[in-house]
Design a protein around this ligand. Sequence first.
Ligand SMILES: [Zn+2]
Length: 203
Amino acid sequence: MNIIDISLPIHPNMPIYPGNQPTEFNKIVKPSGSQLTAMTFDSHAGTHVDAPAHAGLEGSTEVFPLETFYGLARVIAIENTPLITKKHLLDQDIQAGERILFKTDNSTRGHDIFHDSWTALSSEAAAFLASKKVALVGIDWFGIKQKGAPDNGAHTELLSKQIPILEGITLKNAEPGTYILSAFPVAYLGVDGAQTRAVLIQE
Ligand SMILES: [Zn+2]
């Protein structure tokens, strides 16, 4: 079995979406000598799952059945474009129930800093994926929405259909193809998103 880690590490110097909560770690050493760490970050820091509430809709990450986050997933490479459109998806034979992970130039470029531009998913492409009834959509950047997009369709088209969005993954070590995805969100109650340790498993 080969496990490919597609998660990004969480640490105080991690790149964060502009305006979001900076990540802070503060060590606490108790008189007994035991150590713990107070951690400050928001629900969309690093590799995480978006819940409907993130887009102003009803529901936290608890609305998604756990089965959604484990099972066959397909890595699709769409490169040399700043926007994944419906046109890119028409010949991909997208099937109902598929977990689709988009590998873009974002993965090639890396995630060491928060870049000012990134490859995103168009609202129309999100609506197309929702119409195909996919189980989950993942993208290799901290946000799925195009910078400056006139609407929030990349989120709402999927989240309104209870399709979770897996954001902040890195697919630099994953060739296009089929894997087992494991990406269970942390069980924060009533929150609009949750961190996940996302991996691809090859048997
Ligand atoms: Zn998010």
